[in-house]
Ligand binder design. Structure first.
Ligand SMILES: [Zn+2]
Length: 75
């Protein structure tokens, strides 16, 4: 995994997703701080760059940044 700072990220509208999808993304998380899955996240923000789409939020337990990458089919 490479996280380049110069990567251009564009904010998307997370709330444009269906309620079901939002619920899934907010519950299916991985926290690097807690080292546990599915703790959940709050304050979700969705971003896209040239190659990927992801959601950043705060871990429900520790408040640390948690990132969920989204794999999307080509439309
Ligand atoms: Zn955590």
């Amino acid at each position: 995994m490479s996280d380049r700072l110069e990567e251009t990220k564009i904010e998307r509208d997370f709330t444009a997703r269906s309620t079901e999808e939002q619920k899934d993304f907010l519950s299916q998380t991985w926290c690097n701080q807690c080292m546990e899955v599915d703790l959940g996240m709050t304050n979700p923000r969705e971003y896209e760059s040239k190659d990927r789409v992801w959601i950043e939020g705060e871990c429900v337990r520790c408040g640390h940044l948690t990132v969920t990458e989204i794999v999307e089919e080509d439309e």
